[in-house]
Design a protein around this ligand. Structure first.
Ligand SMILES: Nc1ncnc2c1ncn2[C@@H]1O[C@H](COP(=O)(O)OP(=O)(O)OP(=O)(O)O)[C@@H](O)[C@H]1O
Ligand SMILES: [Mg+2]
Ligand SMILES: [Mg+2]
Length: 473
């Protein structure tokens, strides 16, 4: 410091109102009132809700960063530091959550404590109290905005992703099975990473379909804008489920699995046609509409034994092994009598009641298991009593799985294949693969990998690296 410099010259000056940003919370621009009469700083938040493990509780909340713009809501989450009674200027005492965040003002960044309170009517979304002001900060009560201005425009552009790379993501799991292992794991793992995860019953979503403002509604309210949607669409609701996802896609929401991929992979006939178009190995498969062609159908696939499969089978329920030509003919005529859609397929005998499930996420196989059927059973589905164990894939199997997931443009896919004497043969591609069997057999955190993939997609790479360096240093 030069000898003639007065403390006033070198001091960091704040007016009674200043632009600040809270980068940890994903709030790049806020107007704060500087209030030396208040000890602690406060952030006006709503839907304040604790979550996460009891040993390290977190709190999530929503912030309207721009006064008067209740349509713009940013989800935030932070570790709970404390709960404290705070008396506000109107004399009311309230038990508030206390969190910590970095604050940036005019190129300076330092950590501060913030209490969370729902006072949405206040003109300032943030109050900067004296505890947050270090010795060398001078407040000039007569001045406004001594430090450079920021702009609310960042909230209206994709730039918010770049300026707030570590922000909490708001994620919807579209599922009708809130209590299933997979859904519970998706919620727990997302929350562990600080995200706000909501389970939405697909069949309770309803939509306004119009050209200017398409929306998705739920339980009387318009759904917020999610950073990502994780579809878990059961086979019984494929048409409606894919319609809901299509609506999210129309709004521009990132869906881990797209509506087209889900629909195409769900229908076994269409799925085999997509696989064939991409020259992916599969058992020879045939389909015919007329009963007159039953003989021709069997001939196309080869000799018995052969497989007859309902197009919308899951858990192995609609898969029949016909040992003889006679048996095949009677199964086919029974299915026709029931007006069921089916396909006829070459039986891959050498697979010997085993199949391989490869879990593919954004172009990577994150886990794979071998499922072995019970003695005397050719179907290896876990629901049919099959047992699972971790397995190492060959290079050809890995490539086949990746190509199959890519053919349907699925961000998350369970690719099932058989080990045949002439290489891997894909049986099907599941767009809502169960997590229980594969996590338990491999010990891998598959749900965690999914969030890694989502974060990578939603937060641009270079910014994420910069953010990682900042936390490391
Ligand atoms: N062509 C085949 N050759 C040999 N085994 C087969 C063949 N097709 C199916 N299987 C066996 O039957 C099981 C069930 O078949 P598939 O996966 O096609 O039916 P699914 O009802 O769709 O099951 P999922 O619950 O996996 O969706 C397979 O995991 C495999 O073990
Ligand atoms: Mg299936
Ligand atoms: Mg299967």
């Amino acid at each position: 410091m030069a000898d003639d410099a007065t403390p006033q010259d070198t001091a960091f000056r704040l007016g009674w109102e200043e632009w600040v940003s809270l980068p940890d919370l994903g709030l790049p621009a806020l107007k704060a009132k500087v209030d030396t009469g208040a000890r602690t700083s406060a952030l006006h938040a709503y839907e304040i809700e604790p979550f996460g493990p009891a040993a390290r509780p977190r709190v999530r909340f929503m912030v309207h960063p721009v006064p008067g713009r209740s349509d713009l809501a940013i989800p935030c989450s932070a570790e709970v530091l404390d709960r404290r009674e705070v008396t506000s200027s109107n004399g009311e005492t309230e038990l508030r959550y206390v969190i910590q965040s970095e604050i940036s003002v005019g190129g300076r960044t330092w950590p501060i404590e913030l209490t969370l309170t729902d006072r949405g009517t206040m003109a300032y979304r943030m109050l900067l109290g004296r505890q947050a002001l270090s010795e060398d900060i001078v407040v000039s009560p007569g001045d406004s905005f001594c430090q450079p201005s920021l702009t609310y425009d960042v909230y209206h552009s994709t730039r918010v992703r770049e300026v707030a790379p570590d922000r909490t993501l708001r994620i919807a799991v579209l599922s009708r099975e809130g209590h299933s292992y997979s859904t519970r794991r998706l919620v727990a793992e997302g929350e562990k990473r600080g995200h706000v995860v909501e389970v939405i019953d697909t069949t309770r979503c309803y939509m306004t379909i119009n050209s200017l403002a398409p929306e998705v509604h739920y339980d009387g309210k318009r759904l917020p804008r999610y950073d990502a949607v994780i579809p878990r669409i059961g086979a019984s609701i494929t048409p409606y489920g894919t319609a809901v996802i299509r609506q999210f896609e129309t709004i521009g929401t990132y869906c881990v699995n797209g509506s087209e991929g889900i629909a195409a992979s769900r229908d076994k006939l269409q799925a085999h046609q997509v696989l064939a178009r991409h020259r992916i190995g599969m058992p020879t498969t045939a389909f015919a509409a007329s009963p007159k062609d039953t003989g021709n159908l069997i001939q196309l696939v080869g000799a018995a034994p052969l497989i007859v499969k309902l197009l919308e089978s899951t858990q192995g329920k609609g898969v029949v092994l016909a040992e003889t030509k006679k048996a095949a003919e009677s199964v086919i005529s029974a299915f026709r009598g029931l007006k069921a859609n089916f396909l006829v397929q070459q039986f891959v005998k050498e697979a010997a009641g085993e199949d391989i499930r490869c879990l593919v996420m954004n172009g990577r196989v994150v886990a794979s298991i071998r499922r072995v059927a019970q003695p005397g059973e050719f179907r290896s589905n876990l629901h049919q009593g099959g047992v699972a164990e971790a397995v190492r894939l060959t290079k050809a199997e890995r490539e086949t799985a990746l190509r199959a997931a890519k053919a349907f443009r699925l961000g998350l896919a369970g690719v099932d294949l058989l080990r045949s004497s002439d290489g891997p043969k894909v049986l099907e591609v599941n767009s809502s693969p169960g997590l229980e069997g594969i996590e338990k057999a491999t010990g891998k955190n598959v749900a965690g990998s999914l969030y890694e993939a989502i974060e990578k997609h939603v937060r641009p790479e270079p910014v994420r690296r910069r953010a990682a360096r900042r936390t490391a240093g």
